[in-house]
Design a protein around this ligand. Structure first.
Ligand SMILES: *Cc1c(COP(=O)(O)O)cnc(C)c1O
Length: 389
């Protein structure tokens, strides 16, 4: 495996080609001129490996592509315009009409929508299983099953799957194993090391890390990446713009130190919350109280800034006053940036036209960013004091 600092600071950056510039150039072009008909013919045969047209490949995006493949220890990668595009493009590139997908329960909401609303329109079905139970996963596999879709940890309740056991099971039954690795990050978990075939990310989260770009990544073998490129990527057209790729390359330089900071602060705040009388329990993969903690320590090197807790109160008004009293935590979806966030599940109960969320009403998710953790804790304590006991 290549050294982390080499990947983040140098891999894929051919600085001789651009005046020695330290920051990569934004190659803002849709189209590329070829020097001969022979070159044009080569590029037409394999757009992924040539510069022909920026829907297929662009030099700035390609730098990010090489770095992401190296970070996930896979042969190749694709960069996309959102994490949702990464999940959808990968799955659509792999399935046929009549295929079946086994997926863990409570994946990211739009992954769920892809599998239980969108794909059934095209004759592809899915079964959702408790990913902590290997026998439940095995029992859901059918003769037409094609994909095992994992998300470990997921981003509300932090369910963990045994990646090695899942990879072996999938291989035994001829399924392609896929994982949404966004919440672990490529720094804290490399699923390909355990035999998982495809590793996806919402790069909007930790990878960019500054809450100013939406992007996605698919990492895998050259064969699978090529299949997804030929059968879905070129048709759907989800390429990232070169300008956004440059933003993500900048964000990526600091990925390990951002994660280390969020990890340390989130552990500190989670363990203080565990002692607080207004809190019923805390769901944080790195705490001793976490049910799957042995598996976490085996396959992850950290769990990052995201965790949830249950308040003692189930009164929506108390929960809303608590979150609205916070000054350091923005009330928002998403996570993975510099800024701390709060998301109370109670806020999305009884939304018109939306199904009820599969989580308890007193669940509150926090994302701990890069601020001073003591300052964040004072803010939380103050806001918790608004809840009547
Ligand atoms: C945000 C998110 C996505 C979707 O990514 P976008 O970049 O918002 O399209 C997918 N999976 C997880 C776990 C996420 O948190």
């Amino acid at each position: 495996m290549m050294d982390l600092s080499y990947i983040l600071n140098h891999l894929g950056e051919d600085r001789d080609q651009y005046f020695g510039a330290v920051a990569p150039p934004i190659i803002q072009t849709s189209n590329f001129a070829l020097p001969s008909v022979a070159h044009l013919r080569d590029a037409m045969v394999s757009e992924l490996d040539h510069h022909l047209y920026s829907r297929g490949n662009n030099p700035t995006v390609e730098i990010l592509r090489k770095k992401m493949a190296a970070l996930e220890q896979t042969e190749d990668a694709l960069i996309l315009s959102s994490g949702a595009a990464a999940m959808a493009t990968a799955v659509i590139g792999l399935v046929e009409k009549g295929d079946h997908i086994v997926c863990v329960q409570h994946p990211y909401s739009w992954t769920r929508h892809l599998l239980d609303q969108f794909l059934p329109r095209f004759g592809v079905t899915a079964t959702f299983v408790d990913g902590s139970k290997m026998d439940e996963i095995a029992a859901a596999i059918q003769p037409n099953s094609r994909i095992l879709f994992l998300e470990s940890p997921n981003t509300m309740t932090f369910g963990i799957q045994d990646l090695q056991a899942c990879a072996i099971l999938a291989r035994q039954h001829g399924l392609i194993s896929c994982i949404d690795n966004s919440s672990a990050s490529p720094i804290f978990q490399q699923p390909a090391r355990w035999g998982i075939d495809l590793v996806m990310h919402s790069a909007t989260k930790y990878i960019n890390g500054h809450s100013d770009v939406v992007a996605g990544v698919i990492c895998g073998s050259k064969t699978l990446i090529r299949q997804i490129f030929d059968r879905a990527y070129m048709v759907l057209g989800p390429i990232l713009s070169p300008g956004d790729a440059a933003m993500i390359l900048r964000g990526l330089r600091t990925l390990p130190i951002r994660l280390a900071r969020s990890q340390e602060s989130s552990c500190l705040i989670a363990s203080r919350l565990e002692q607080h009388p207004a809190v019923l329990s805390v769901i944080h993969p790195w705490l001793d109280s976490f049910p799957q903690k042995e598996l976490v320590r085996l396959q992850m090197a950290g769990s990052g800034g995201l965790f949830s807790f249950l308040l003692q109160t189930t009164e929506p008004d108390h929960i809303f006053r608590f979150v609205e009293s916070l000054k350091m935590f923005l009330l928002a979806v998403s996570w993975g940036g510099h800024e701390s966030l709060v998301f109370p599940i109670a806020a999305v109960h009884n939304l018109p036209g939306k199904p009820a969320p599969p989580y308890p009403i007193n669940l509150v998710r926090l994302y701990i960013g890069l601020e001073d953790p003591d300052e964040l804790w004072r803010d939380l304590e103050n806001a918790l004091s608004t809840i009547p006991s």
